[in-house]
Design a protein around this ligand. Structure first.
Ligand SMILES: Nc1ncnc2c1ncn2[C@@H]1O[C@H](COP(=O)(O)OP(=O)(O)O)[C@@H](O)[C@H]1O
Ligand SMILES: [Mg+2]
Length: 256
């Protein structure tokens, strides 16, 4: 179970893009070791919230606290330096490069000295260790990423984030466009990371049942607001669907 120490806290975040208010006062907390699942319709503001937490966007107003310290996340690199890593919907792996090169992309191990010479042997070994440690099976870390299935590629992207000592992992629809078997691979990986207990995860999800299986807590976003939050154990797919259905009906009746 998650302990009470706080990994992340967001207070009253507003984000405007010109006339569009993408986030209209969003607050959340994430405990160390906790998995928070975010659900919501297209356009609800889920990705915008993630992009603020990952330092890609800056909020119009509101506060972000990382492990209790108020922090304005200036850039993706800044967030990364604080142990916040994001795995994006469109993965950003280099498909023609090997698995191990991808796992060290932009933080390659090089030999000491004036010439930048890649220490492939060290990267290969560490990549294999990392994958074994978190239980991701690939035939060889020498394989180019393009030879992998969608689920395996997603697993490598998650492994890359973990390999960089991420303490807070942000996943934007990690199971999108995956079949049940592929999704199972990623779900198992996330559950193993949770068991290791040193990482907190925020994940945007589509499937209610999968969300309730994986996440400790679920949060529903609608039109830039958090409209519902509950421990997974004390809600159900039926309850979540009911909330969304009511919202949908209210919107339809308003538009006539
Ligand atoms: N870079 C941007 N510029 C302008 N509007 C944006 C931008 N990013 C998101 N939006 C708008 O903000 C709202 C929330 O979008 P988003 O966060 O992508 O929602 P979700 O991920 O929940 O589908 C939408 O109305 C979207 O059009
Ligand atoms: Mg999105």
């Amino acid at each position: 179970m998650p302990d009470a120490r706080e990994a992340l806290r967001v207070e009253d975040i507003v984000k405007r893009f010109g006339p569009v208010t993408a986030l209209d006062g969003v607050s959340l907390t994430l405990a160390e070791g906790e998995i928070l699942g975010i659900l919501g319709d297209n356009g609800a503001g889920k990705s915008t919230l993630m992009k603020i937490l990952t330092g890609f966007h800056q909020q119009t107003s509101g506060k972000v606290f990382v492990r209790g310290a108020e922090t304005l996340l200036r850039s993706v690199d800044h967030a990364r330096s604080l142990g916040i890593e994001c795995v994006y919907q469109d993965l950003a792996l280099a498909n023609s490069l090997s698995i191990y090169h991808n796992m060290f992309l932009n933080r390659e191990i090089v030999y000491p000295g004036p010439v930048r010479l890649l220490n492939n042997r060290a990267m290969r070994r560490r990549a294999a260790e990392c994958l074994e440690d978190i239980g991701v099976n690939v035939p060889s870390v020498d394989l180019p990423v393009e030879k992998l299935s969608g689920g395996q590629r997603q697993a490598i992207a998650v492994a890359r984030a973990v390999n960089s000592d991420a303490r807070i992992l942000l996943l934007d629809e990690p199971l999108a466009a995956m079949g049940a078997r592929e999704a199972g691979l990623i779900i198992d990986l996330i559950m193993r990371l949770k068991q290791k207990g040193n990482i907190s995860i925020v994940m945007i999800m589509h499937n209610y049942a999968q969300t309730l299986d994986i996440a400790d807590r679920v949060m529903l976003m609608q039109r830039g607001h958090v409209t519902y939050q509950r421990d997974s154990a004390s809600t159900s797919v039926a309850e979540l669907m009911d909330i969304v259905r009511r919202e949908y009906r209210a919107m339809r009746s308003n538009s006539y």
